[in-house]
Ligand binder design. Structure first.
Ligand SMILES: Cc1cc2nc3c(=O)[nH]c(=O)nc-3n(C[C@H](O)[C@H](O)[C@H](O)COP(=O)(O)O)c2cc1C
Length: 320
């Protein structure tokens, strides 16, 4: 997809307001450092560094799956550190959609989370020799989790995308926030193949892209919020997702790659430059804020357009 350049934007860079209300708090940038880690000493260090970054820039952060901290309480501090360093920020808990409702309450409490991500990762489990094979009853489990939850629940894919059918079922189960976790970035089938030898190569490309997933969910016209995540890397990617109607943009791999490669010190520089470029795209599309960008025309082309046409999804009329 493309955004359209405006040669006479009539705006100053300093006027651009990227802030966004989310979960009753105000983010400075519509960005989520998405679920990555926890549970080990290294995981604790990574979570501390990412949480400091989230606090400094006013962005949201989700922790990695907390199930390990339920069975091994000595690992809790690798997650708790995230709340300790960012007491007022938007912090999101994470556990499998197959977790028991009382477990979900415990992971939220562990980090005083503002919301709970339930990860949906069927292809990843199937790609693991030791993975889960029982998925029947997941929707009912989600319904029970939502009913018991003290905070909003986010249904989150981890890289295979959410279709409109899945989103509609999840909405009926009470979910009002979706994380596309679309195909195009981190690929857990490939990761599992590398980890355990080629097992599922023919499934490496399985899934729904982030752009398509975003359109699939938004075209339902439901009163929901959608986080676009999965393969989004550049500020331009982020601007396009926001223009399509995403509430926030999520990224995972770029942060962990930068941390592992260039070190903690590189994170703030990276994000500062990313934010500068995001503001630049807002200015070049004559958008003073998120609402204004979401009213701008978007051009949907190529494979994404073909998919939406084949699915009879009219991308011109979904609510943004
Ligand atoms: C190293 C790593 C660990 C991850 N661990 C989790 C996890 O514990 N729970 C989860 O819901 N998603 C997890 N994810 C998925 C991300 O949150 C995100 O949905 C996915 O990577 C797509 O975003 P990306 O292409 O920007 O990486 C992990 C991703 C990476 C790269």
């Amino acid at each position: 997809m493309d955004l359209i350049h405006q040669a006479v934007p009539e705006l100053d860079l300093e006027q651009i307001d990227l802030s966004q209300e989310f979960l009753g708090k105000r983010l400075q940038i519509p960005l989520l450092i998405n679920a990555i880690t926890g549970g080990t000493e290294r995981g604790r260090e990574i979570n501390r560094a990412l949480s400091e970054l989230a606090c400094q820039f006013g962005v949201a952060m989700a922790v990695g799956s907390q199930s390990i901290a339920l069975s091994e309480p000595e690992r809790r501090d690798s997650f708790e550190v995230v709340r300790e360093v960012n007491p007022h920020g938007v912090i999101i808990a994470n556990i499998s959609a197959l977790a028991k409702p009382d477990e979900t309450l415990r992971v939220v409490e562990m980090i005083k989370a503002d919301a709970l991500q339930l990860h949906l990762n069927v292809p990843q489990e199937l790609a693991m020799r030791e993975g889960e094979r029982h998925f029947a009853g997941m929707l009912d489990n989600i319904r029970q989790i939502v009913a018991a939850a003290s905070v909003p629940v986010i249904a989150k894919e981890v890289g295979f995308g959410l279709s409109r059918e899945s989103a509609a079922k999840l909405f009926a189960a009470g979910v009002k926030i979706f994380d596309t976790g679309g195909q195009g970035g981190t690929n857990f089938v490939m990761i599992e193949d590398r980890r355990q030898g080629c097992f599922n190569a023919e499934l490496d490309q399985w899934g729904i892209s982030t752009a398509v997933s975003l359109a699939e969910i938004l075209s339902l016209g439901l009163p929901v919020q959608v986080i676009a995540c999965g393969g989004l890397r550049t500020a331009m990617d982020a601007a396009k997702a926001i223009a399509m109607g995403a509430e926030l943009v999520g990224m995972a791999a770029p942060f962990i790659k930068l941390y592992s490669g260039a070190g903690e010190g590189a994170l703030a520089d990276y994000l500062q430059q990313w934010v500068y470029r995001l503001k630049a795209v807002f200015l070049m599309t004559a958008s003073v804020n998120i609402r204004s960008l979401q009213q701008k025309p978007v051009l949907i082309k190529g494979q994404t357009r073909a998919w939406l046409e084949a699915r009879h999804i009219d991308w011109r009329c979904w609510s943004r």
